[in-house]
Design a binder for this molecule. Structure first.
Ligand code: MG
Length: 229
């Protein structure tokens, strides 16, 4: 895929896994919450893991998945408080700030578009300070649909003025890139190194990058080529 930055006005970026290391979220939901839940319910960690895993899966691709109030209530745990206990793991991926500075320099409209809940957003934007690089933030909870829903990207136009033909979306979810593709967003980029602890695997459907430095053209140029598998 050739990306000519002269043909792009708007850049839509996912947060978790795309800009921020998903190690935090994976560790939080797969280790920290089961540990706290086991302690509260007097069960083994093994049982907590199995039980919670099934509960989480049951809410996949819905807004509940990222709704901290939903999980606080469902698990009888103070989820925002537990997140703060491991906030030292919240980290921005390498080259994200350089990429955001490149976009600013070339006056692109840059939007953070996330399924994350407002309480997660507050914590992460405060911890990482990346909020200042964006024209704005739209949460799927405001839109009322998760990005996994085909109607999401059209509904987003009620919040952001953007031309899908002149837009780029960066995501670590192939599902979300798929809904964006069906809506007609032209440039779709999959971030394969979504967590610092995994071995990246390129997408078979979308142009893949490990780091956003791949999208920054050489000095004096405005286009880059990303190979697809
Ligand atoms: Mg993500």
């Amino acid at each position: 895929m050739d990306i000519d930055w002269n043909t792009i006005d708007t850049v839509l970026l996912d947060m978790d896994g795309t800009l921020l290391d998903r190690h935090f979220d994976d560790h939080f939901w797969l280790e920290h919450v089961p540990m706290r839940w086991a302690a509260r319910n007097g069960t083994t960690l093994e049982h907590a893991r199995t039980h919670l895993h099934a509960l989480f899966r049951s809410q996949e691709k819905t807004l509940n998945w990222t709704d901290l109030d939903y999980w606080s209530d469902r698990l009888k745990l103070d989820i925002p408080l537990l997140k703060r206990e491991v906030e030292h793991l919240i980290a921005v991926h390498p080259f994200v700030v350089e990429f955001l500075l490149f976009l600013k320099q070339h006056r692109k409209a840059v939007w953070l578009v996330t399924n994350a809940h407002s309480k997660t957003l507050d914590l992460k934007l405060k911890t990482t300070r990346i909020g200042a690089y964006f024209d704005g933030v739209v949460s799927a909870h405001q839109v009322g649909l998760p990005k996994e829903d085909d109607r999401f990207w059209g509904a987003l136009q009620g919040f952001i003025t953007y031309d899908p033909e002149r837009s780029l979306l960066g995501e670590d979810s192939e599902t979300n890139l798929g809904t964006a593709q069906r809506f007609g967003i032209r440039y779709l980029v999959y971030v394969s190194r979504f967590s610092s602890t995994i071995k990246p695997l390129a997408s078979r459907r979308f142009a893949s990058i490990e780091y956003f430095s791949r999208l920054i053209p050489a000095q004096g140029e405005m286009s880059v080529t990303i190979s697809t598998e």
